[in-house]
Write a protein that binds this ligand. Structure first.
Ligand code: FPP
Length: 266
């Protein structure tokens, strides 16, 4: 049976769903690789950092739309473990931007009941940013609205290695029988523990790569790639992505009953 919060979320979704989308087939969890900030800025003759500033506006827009449309979880790729290889000025700008935006938007996140979490190796982030992350995570932890996960200094392979290390340590201490490690136990050690896997992955700017993002969690996600550059991502682009998702037949490796020779016609 559905808990009251799940069914009321479904009702909200039926009310809020934009025309043209099926309210009963909305994704519960959307993951986004926000790509194309630099190209957006270059096309306008602006410095790359202006692309990141505009990217923040696209992110605020997308979070609000997902919340309004009853999406349960939005997980975005803000900074990868590989992004440290960018020029120092750009990395410093991004770190300062994350901290500033987090502080500036905290009140509205709270008002809109957003539960924010940062996923990744947070210990390596600048101390001021770590502090803002700690405060925002704590303040919003009991919120009942959308789960908003910001992957920061995140790498999918690193996440899997750390999960394996944790399980090995528990086994060595005698707390865990290695034979009992199954997919549930394993996913409980990931940054996304307790979250449903993404139904839909959106990647902007036309690139066709996973780029070390949520390697475990994306196993059965539908992938939507759009040429729209991240700063231009808006309600139309999100509607198109969800409409594409709704057109897919999700079989999770099995057969569609209608296509199956084994279907029971009796
Ligand atoms: C990719 O575009 C974008 C990033 C590496 C940064 C994304 C960050 C934001 C949108 C800001 C998020 C803010 C908060 C508070 C979480 P790119 O620079 O790789 O663009 P390019 O491929 O065109 O060069």
């Amino acid at each position: 049976m559905n808990s009251p919060s799940v069914s009321s979320k479904r009702n909200d979704r039926v009310n809020a769903c934009p025309t043209g989308l099926n309210p009963r087939r909305m994704p519960d969890h959307i993951a986004v690789i926000m790509d194309g900030n630099g190209r957006w800025a270059k096309a306008k003759g602006l410095p790359r950092i202006m692309g990141h500033r505009a990217g923040v506006e696209a992110l605020k827009r997308t979070l609000r739309l997902c919340n309004d449309w009853g999406i349960g979880t939005l997980t975005v790729y803000a900074f990868s473990t590989e992004n440290w290889g960018r020029p120092g000025d750009e990395v410093n700008f991004l770190m300062a931007l994350f901290e500033r935006v987090l502080q500036k938007e905290l009140d509205s996140l709270q008002q809109e009941q957003v539960r924010i979490k940062f996923l990744g190796d947070l210990d390596l982030l600048p101390p001021g940013l770590q502090q803002s992350i700690g405060e925002a995570t704590e303040l919003t932890s009991a919120n009942k609205g959308i789960h908003f996960n910001v992957c920061t200094n995140y790498g999918g392979r690193r996440e899997l290695v750390v999960a394996a290390q944790r399980l090995a340590a528990r086994s060595l201490k005698g707390e865990l029988d290695p034979a009992l490690i199954d997919e549930n136990v394993f996913s409980g050690e990931l940054f996304t523990a307790g979250e449903v896997d993404p139904d839909l992955l959106i990647r902007t700017s036309g690139e066709r790569r996973i780029s070390n993002f949520l390697l475990w969690q994306l196993a059965y996600s539908e992938i939507h790639i759009t040429d729209v550059l991240w700063p231009d991502f808006d309600a139309t682009a999100l509607r198109e992505a969800i409409s594409d998702y709704q057109s897919r037949s999700r079989r999770f490796g099995a057969l569609d009953p209608i296509d199956s020779d084994y279907s029971d016609n009796s």
